[in-house]
Each structure stands twice: as structure tokens, then as C-alpha cells.
Design a protein around this ligand. Sequence first.
Ligand code: NCD
Length: 317
Amino acid sequence: MADVPDAAQAFRGRSVVSADDFSKEEVLALLDAARAYDPVQRGDAPLPPSLQGRVLGLLFFEPSTRTRLSFESAMLRLGGSVLGFSDARQSSFSKGESLVDTIRVVEGYCDAIVLRHPREGAARLAAEVAGIPILNGGDGSNQHPTQTMLDLYTIREAAGALDGLRVGFMGDLRYGRTVHSLASALLHFDVDLCFIGPENLQLPSDLRDTLKAAGRLGSEVELLSDAGALDVLYMTRIQQERFPDPMDYERVRNAYRVDRAALEPFGPDLKVLHPLPRVNEVATDVDDLPGALYFQQTRNGVTVRMALLDLILGGAS
Ligand code: NCD
């Protein structure tokens, strides 16, 4: 794509480790650039194979459907190729190889790596040792920055703007990495935040302190009915796999569920997002509401990741 503005140029050759690493101008430049990759906006006209001959590594040490396949789809649609694994037990990890060694090896096979890993900080470590861009596809309960970019894109395209919104986050505020990434990225914008979740699944203290210091913690409530008016409701799955004690999961697993009736008081303009997968926290009767955006979100994942890969790997300039 021609005409790449300066803020978008800043993506060239860069790792994407945390949503906090990007300025407001850079985030907006990516969201603007992504429109050109949106099949709806471009009338489904084919894009030039700008990443032909480039290879994306996909190293997934944790389960994934959307993140892995949408990166794969994005790379293939731009004419590039992919390699990697989706089950670390089939890699030399099972023989005891360290993450650092794996990265040092795989960087010789590709031009950028998407890494999903259960350990917080794994992407930062990989980015420090790698000579190619590392894209964090989720590191433990810490960050999921490319999900945040597609969440912001989805909200902006649906609501027309990011400023002026009241955004509620509901569910697993403690372990949900998509919540952590998105809440901190929203600090760039003039939004009111509201956090809805049980007492033992509240935000981690470092993020809570950051939001508080910025005067943006907003309200923290246990029940959706106490949240007040909302423009966006960002639902999350209770992250069963991150609970040290399975009994704690049992206590909250059915506590956070919305259905059409529960959303009625928020009016027809409410936008409901969810990074997916859902378990039972969003009833299927919500799916037909015009504001139910979670399947649109998954499609936007390809759009935004195409823009990101093209900018990082230089196909866009
Ligand atoms: C999320 C994740 O892996 O953090 N999924 C995704 O990437 N869309 C959310 C989740 O697993 O609950």
C-alpha cells in the first residue's frame, strides 16, 4: 500500500510485545491503515501479494484457534508463507529446550515470529534475544496486544470513535490478558472504564495502580446491574487454566453470564465484545443482537493482522 504516514512507518521491523509500547498516534495509524485491508471497505478486491517470499513463524505453546489461524490467514492473503507448531509437545520443548534456544533457532527460518506462551514476560524475553520482530500472541495472563488492536478497530468502526465511550469489562479481570492489554491501551483515549467481576477476580494490582494513578480506574462493581450506562461491554471467559486452585474456579464458573434479558436495560446501541472462545458467559440468544460484535471481531482479526504484518515486514511501504 502506498502513502504510509510517519506513525505507521514506526512499525517497520518492530516487535509487538505490549499494547503499552505504542503511542496513541501509532495505534491510530494502524487502525487507519487496517481499513485498506478490510474486505468490506475494499469491496473484496484482491490485494497485491506484498509479502510474497516472506515467512511468518507461529510458535504456540498454548492452545489457540483465532490468534494462530487469523495470523496464518493474514500472512497467506498477503502472499507470504507460514511455518511453526501449535502443539509444543511436538517440538523440542518436550526434550527440554529453552525458549531462548528455540527462538534463536527459529529466527533463522522466518522473518517474524508470533509467540504464544504460558509464561508472563516470555514475549519480552524472546524480543530481547531475537534479531527479527516478535509478535506477542499472549503471554500468560499478562498481555495480548494484537487482540487489543483488533478490539480497538472493532469498537472504532462500530461506534465511530473511541473517545467519549463508557466501556465495561466483565468476567475474569484478574487473569484475562485481553482485559489487561485493552484497558491500558484505552488510557490513550477519553473513555470511562467500569470493571465488573467477583471480588477474587479483580484487576491485578499493578494495572489497578496504573489506572488509578491516571485517574481512570472508574468504578469497580460485582454485578452488571450496578454498572450504570455502558456503550461497550467487553465480556471475558473465566480463565480456568490459570486458577491455582480448581475449587476457586468452581465457585465463579457460573457467576458471570449475560443473556438478552440482562442486556435489555442497556438499550439497543450497546456493543458487546468478547475475544472468544466463550464457554457459557454469553448466551447464544445475544448473538442476533445488532450490537453483538464478537464474530465481527474475529474477522477484524485478519484485517488488523494483515495491516500489522504488512507494516512490520515492510510490504506496506
Ligand atoms: C483469548 C486469549 O487467548 O487470551 N483468546 C483469543 O486470543 N482470542 C481469550 C481467552 O482465551 O479467553
